[in-house]
Design a protein around this ligand. Sequence first.
Ligand code: CDP
Length: 784
Amino acid sequence: MSTPMGFGRMHRKEDARFIRGRGGYVDDVNLPGMLYGAILRSPHAHARIVTIDTSAALAHPKVKAVITGETLAGLNLAWMPTLSADTQAVLATDKVRFQGQEVAFVVAEDRYSARDALELIDVEYDALDAVIDARKSLDPDAPLIRDDHEGRADNKIFDWEAGDKATTDAVFAQAEVAVTQDMLYPRVHPAPLETCGAVADFDKVTGKLTVWCPTQAPHAHRTLYALVAGLPEHKIRVISPDIGGGFGNKVGIYPGYVCAIVGSIVTGKPVKWMEDRSENLMSTSFARDYHMRGEVAATRDGKIQAIRVKVLADHGAFNGTAQPTKFPAGFFHVFTGSYDLQAAHCEVTGVYTNKAPGGVAYACSFRITEAVYLVERMIDVLAMELGADPAELRMKNLLRSEQFPYTSPTGWEYDSGDYQKTLQLAMDMAGYDALRREQAEKRERGELMGIGISFFTEAVGAGPRKHMDILGLGMADGAELRVHPTGKAVLRVSCQSQGQGHETTFAQIVAAELGISPDDVDVVHGDTDQTPFGLGTYGSRSTPVSGAAAAMVSRKVRERARQVAAAMLEASPEDLEWAVNESGGAWTVAGTGAGKTIQEIALAAHSSLELPDGVEGHLDATCVYNPPNLTYPFGAYICVVDVDPGTGQVKVRRFIAVDDCGVRINPMIVEGQVHGGLADGVGMALMQLMAFDEDGNHLGASFMDYLLPTAMECPSWELGETVTPSPHHPIGAKGVGESATVGSPPAVVNAVLDALRPFGVRHADMPLTPAGVWRAMQGNPIRT
Ligand code: CDP
């Protein structure tokens, strides 16, 4: 494949090392004298700690230290702030509040001894009743989980609302048709193949702390370590090496990271801590767990007028949810979706339960996945009520292109869209009418075929500083670009790839702006000592924010190049024109053909060429990009399933996905992102659930129970695209990394319920396992 000068299909630069097994992950970091940490975890979901006896563990010949909550309390580190400004126990001091909670940390000469010594720690617990079902957490007799909060009397975290209640209620009062549906977006886990972990190395002589960990937000981690531990920020270096998948799981700071740091400070040696799979599934973050009631008001002929939503949000034992400070329910209030309606209102109540904390945006922009699922299920519920075709109902209510920029009833400003075109393309690719005919014939024969549609709008690229911060840190991103004398460039960015191919696409952005080959641009990321400040990679924000910063800093360099070229050509800078052709980018004197290539300019910028006053030499620049708005990618998905009437087994036969993420930098990478997200969506819709028994025992702490989709469950994806550029992004791109994870679950669920239409089933909760589908066919779709 030839290398394009700018945007276009190009193999990922990173693959050269990944396919040779030469990636460098945190567990590959091995330092001289390194020790190993292991965490003792609570077997109870809720229990008071009576005593912890570490003497036998300390007597183990290879154990160097045993750290407990009491040790940390002495350093004022027993509790740490969460991303939602709550507190979370690093190691439990008073109580344990979920099964798998961190109780003690052993540091030993090797991994095995550290694990062995965990069994030598004797903890006496006094078991307490646990709150597992969020719907019971506010019962008057529910056990109080956060008795560490002074004055707290119940398990409520927050009540939050958005939209206009009075107007929405008034529309409902007059509505010809109103439908209501309860649904659960179950607790799931991002489950990256690489688990979390850290290597901490505190150098007592220099006072420098270096932490290698697979964080999606290295700069935010560094600042938080500085604030929490009181260490000087310039003496902390966070290195985020290659990451084996993040999906939101690697945004937060976990107790294991803090323990590794304390372990290194206490022992004076580097300390490595790596989670195993069960620890990852049990303790480091979860996603969703939203109990939602949706209501839609419409006219009898199918014009949607209003949506009303009530949510009970299960946040686990500590409110560690990741989202901008202003929005305790993330971006859930984008729940009006892609539709033109008069009014909307939502109320969200967050509660504590005896489950792991987290609430991360698993491959989505904060709580958008839940919002899209809700509205897309509700459209199908309404279609069933009206006897309408779900595609026609959507077509009738989708926003029209002339309505953009569009302000939603809950305050979002969608930047651009051409929704009908995108849905029509998906329907044409699917052969929608023929599919409906096939379905009708099959129904006659008792065969269960379903066609499910979802249309989603995401809001990605958090975000404008005036609206968005995380724990007070504004969400603007820096970028630095250096063009060396020979015209080769190095871009430094704050975001951190976890497999999305930034080293390729960000090089392509610079290449397109400067008219050089992407092979001539190296991208440096994931090291706070090497890169400018920024808030990291999650919520598909890299391209909308850091990608924009990359374009803007390249433009600054190009402007400097114009000044240098003017001096070289003895012309006025205003008379120069920029052009990129097959041989590259050049500034040329208008109408003369005389010009200088970017490489010639780079050499001259570092030479003895006399430059006018005020024009600095070299070709370097920095910038900080504060996005004026989010970007709003969208898409139309159609899923075709066959359901076995004897077993309830669902087979996804076809999946058509038309995505619009504005200008595509590298269509091949975009398609890869979409493939991954669609597989994720099939997994969530059909097989994934973090299940607990009533005592809070975790029932899915391995991949034997928590099922990941494989090629066996996935069809050959059929992808299409429309391109509606973002008007405010410098290159017209919108984020795409998570679109498919957001858009696909409702398409699959709508398809399965469409297949079950002969049984009169209106809704069944994910995951639609064979047992779940079979239950729905028996008229008992709600899981208890
Ligand atoms: O923040 P994250 O990298 O997860 O998501 P993203 O910004 O949507 O980007 C995912 C990958 O797709 C990156 O390599 C992007 O540069 C690439 N992309 C693209 O080529 N064109 C777009 N319009 C959007 C993303």
